[in-house]
Design a protein around this ligand. Structure first.
Ligand code: ADP
Ligand code: MG
Length: 251
């Protein structure tokens, strides 16, 4: 069944009239976006349209000038311990994997569990090994990042994000830095997370993933969301010229 057929209604991430500027640049303009629990929302759009800024705004890596952001019904705090807690609830996976080069795969996945979640090292390591198994890397736990392929490193980054037991995961072009033969192994892990009910916001140009895993496709241009529809609707019948033009270039 297509995931659009079982749309969750209980909101997890809610952005209401969000505006953000970088100096003169109005980078996010009246953004309204709700992501339901268990939903997968794919964000696409031309380079510079504000997709990364949108992701970073959700867990307050960027401040906003106006509007509200709620996570699981609670306003996202501006600073302090409450913000640190919030960041732990929303995992992020970036284009560049950002692993600690001088730590093993296992240490990379365990570290924040001990430091932020206050788990005992044994318990964190056990959890990490389960997650490494889940992303197909059970046998790589004691290697260092440089000994792994890009696709394997990105799967470690996903395991590390999952290790905090986040309520949602944000992915910002997770496969853009990968050689083509490694893209699928990362997308397959993401597909499995989607099937398992993880709430996900995914910035990607992988339209196959959008078609098969997304409940909704959000199309951004010039800091605005100009389409927010099911993949079927979006790909077969884009409403705006901007989206038609974009699709004609990438499909
Ligand atoms: P996308 O991810 O869709 O390519 P971004 O969110 O990275 O877009 O960027 C949107 C716009 O904001 C671009 O014009 C970019 O140059 C600008 N921008 C992004 N980050 C900053 C920053 N820290 N300071 C100033 N301008 C920025
Ligand atoms: Mg970007």
């Amino acid at each position: 069944m297509s995931r659009a057929g079982c749309m969750a209604v209980d909101p997890l991430i809610e952005l209401h009239d969000v505006n953000k500027y970088f100096g003169e640049l109005h980078v996010l303009q009246d953004i309204n976006l709700t992501v339901g629990k268990g939903e997968v929302v794919v964000v696409i759009g031309p380079s510079g349209s504000g997709k990364s800024t949108l992701c970073r705004t959700v867990n307050r890596l960027e401040t906003i000038e106006s509007g509200t952001i709620r996570l699981d019904g609670q306003p996202v705090p501006d600073e302090g311990k409450a913000l640190a807690k919030l960041r732990a609830e929303v995992g992020m996976v970036f284009q560049s994997f950002n692993l600690f080069a001088h730590k093993t795969v296992l240490q990379n996945v365990s570290l924040a569990q001990v430091k932020v979640r206050g788990r005992k090292k044994d318990e964190a390591d056990r959890h990490s090994r389960e997650l490494l198994d889940r992303v197909g890397l059970a046998d790589q736990a004691l290697k260092y990042p440089a000994q792994l392929s890009g696709g394997q490193q990105q799967r470690v980054a996903i395991a590390r994000a999952l290790a905090m037991n986040p309520k949602a995961l944000l992915f910002d072009e997770p496969t853009s830095a990968l050689d083509p033969e490694m893209i699928n192994e990362v997308l397959e892990v993401m597909q499995q997370l989607a099937r398992d009910g993880m709430t996900m916001v995914v910035v990607t140009h992988e339209m196959g993933f959008a078609r098969s895993a997304a409940n909704r496709v959000v199309f951004m241009a010039d800091g605005r969301i100009i389409e927010d529809r099911t993949p079927e609707e979006f790909f077969t019948n884009p409403r705006t010229e901007r989206a038609k033009d974009f699709l004609s270039k990438i499909l």
